[in-house]
Design a protein around this ligand. Structure first.
Ligand SMILES: [Zn+2]
Length: 79
């Protein structure tokens, strides 16, 4: 698997939505690729933060989507 494929699968992986074959391929890429491992750790942290906010405020899905967009925007700005 190449990094770009791994990045595509990453958000589904965070949500635990990969098929077992995809998950195996994804995880085996992570064992070989430090960059994707770091990226995956960040993605999991981001998801935890969003989840926490959703639970606390019982936000509707549209607001969750806005938060996710803001999060990805602010990540881009810091790079
Ligand atoms: Zn990679």
């Amino acid at each position: 698997m190449k990094c770009n494929k791994a990045r595509v699968l990453m958000s589904a992986a965070v949500d635990g939505e990969l098929s077992s074959t995809e998950e195996q391929q994804f995880l085996s890429h992570l064992t070989k690729c430090k960059e994707c491992t770091e990226e995956f750790d960040e993605a999991k942290k981001t998801k935890l933060i969003i989840k926490e906010r959703v639970v606390r405020f019982k936000a509707p899905q549209s607001l969750v989507n806005s938060i996710m967009q803001l999060t990805s925007l602010s990540q881009r700005e810091t790079v």
